[in-house]
Design a protein around this ligand. Structure first.
Ligand SMILES: NC(=O)C1=CN([C@@H]2O[C@H](COP(=O)(O)OP(=O)(O)OC[C@H]3O[C@@H](n4cnc5c(N)ncnc54)[C@H](OP(=O)(O)O)[C@@H]3O)[C@@H](O)[C@H]2O)C=CC1
Ligand SMILES: CC(=O)N[C@@H](CCC(=O)OP(=O)(O)O)C(=O)O
Length: 350
């Protein structure tokens, strides 16, 4: 172990988000993963369940033991389900660790809203208030120096990066927004789940959680901040037969007719200097494959003079920019490092 590096622990190492964190952190210049943690497989070699890590990670999985983890690491990533993170985060914070949580437990600032959408009791309000919502390109300044980050949801990341500049500028009517979202199957996690069975999802395309998806209030919370008033949206999620990737196709009414080039210019100015948002020129629209395995969010537009509407396309890799990659980007921001450290890789293509 290199003692000059920041020591990181990953809880939920046997899940897709956790194992993606391990993959990405392997090449981070300032971080070393010193503890990979599982509540169900402690004592087993991590490479046993994940042969792609053979001869790369020879360590055994640790159990959830706050004192042990504290002795081995300075920062802990919680790649655990909602309901679980809210039980773990307070102990790691009390032990003096920096915590980056990938679940939805600390994203919603209102306990009542959390209860309504997640259907169980929220985390303690003190910890919810302490958590900084880590949509890196929007709230990066608040992430710097924080000790507790709530990483955004995968759909929320794609939808919000696609919408925030236009809502903030007052160029679109927030009440008209419709977000049509599509996700690959890894978004549902590694746990067994009937809808992820090959014969259920192969050659299939289906909508789910209509008007009930837990990312709806998260998206609305941020858009309301951008608009300066309460915003509600229509948000529909679909499962598509691919492993990684999210595409949000977003429709909204413009407040006055502008052309696509003006939106390109607005977004390029908003995201200037932010390396992970790539705004496409007029006439070019992104596809999920061009961000596969990377931390990029690619955005393209088309305005329509006939309807006065704009269509915004936003794509990410759900496991990278939608989860582990943005969590590392937030760690970089929190530590006041270059936000691209450990994330400067080219998307996998084809
Ligand atoms: N998949 C995705 O694209 C995204 C996921 N997220 C969020 O990231 C988190 C992890 O998701 P993902 O990796 O996909 O999920 P997985 O189901 O693949 O993994 C979750 C992991 O959590 C661990 N876990 C489950 N129950 C407990 C418990 N009671 N105590 C401690 N650990 C537990 C499990 O590991 P073990 O049993 O070994 O302890 C499991 O491997 C979730 O909150 C998810 O919503 C966020 C954005 C995108
Ligand atoms: C394809 C699929 O099932 N995706 C998940 C997204 C999970 C996630 O990232 O959500 P949280 O972090 O907010 O729990 C879903 O739609 O619920």
């Amino acid at each position: 172990m290199n003692n000059s590096k920041l020591r990181a622990a990953v809880v939920g190492s046997t899940g897709y988000g956790g194992v993606e964190l391990i993959r990405l952190l392997q090449s981070h210049p300032h971080v070393t993963v010193t503890s990979v943690i599982s509540s169900s497989s402690a004592g087993s070699p991590i490479a046993e369940g994940f042969p792609h890590l053979r001869e790369i990670r020879t360590d055994l999985l640790d159990g959830i033991d706050v004192e042990l983890v504290r002795s081995k690491a300075d920062v802990v990533f919680l790649a655990t389900p909602h309901g679980v993170s809210m039980k773990l985060a307070p102990d790691f914070l009390a032990a003096g660790m920096k915590v980056i949580d990938l679940s939805g437990d600390f994203r919603l600032k209102s306990g009542d809203v959390y209860r309504e959408w997640y259907k169980h009791e929220p985390a303690a309000q003190a910890e919810v208030d302490r958590a900084v919502y880590g949509l890196s390109e929007v709230y990066g300044a608040q992430v710097y120096g924080a000790d507790f980050i709530s990483n955004p949801g995968c759909f929320s990341t794609a939808a919000l990066l696609g919408l925030y500049p236009a809502v903030k500028a007052g160029w679109i009517n927030p009440d008209s927004i419709i977000i049509d979202a599509k996700s690959g199957v890894s978004g549902a996690g590694r746990g067994l789940n009937l809808s992820a069975h090959f014969s259920e999802i192969n050659e299939n395309f289906k909508a789910y959680k209509l008007n009930k998806h837990q990312h709806t209030p998260e998206i609305e919370q941020v858009l309301s901040e951008a608009a300066g008033r309460p915003v509600i949206t229509t948000f529909t999620t679909h499962l598509v037969p691919m492993t990684r990737g999210i595409m949000c196709t977003i429709y909204a009414a413009q407040n006055e007719n502008r052309d696509t080039a003006q939106f390109v210019d607005l977004y390029r100015r908003f995201y200037e200097g932010r390396r992970f948002v790539r705004v496409h020129p007029a006439g070019h629209w992104p596809a999920t494959k061009q961000v596969y395995g990377s931390n990029y969010c690619d955005i393209g537009f088309s305005t329509d003079d006939r309807t006065g509407r704009i269509t915004i396309i936003s794509v990410i890799d759900n496991l990278v920019k939608g989860a582990a990659g943005q969590a590392i980007q937030n760690l970089n921001l929190l530590m006041n490092w270059d936000e691209t450290l450990g994330l400067q890789f080219t998307p996998v293509y084809p």
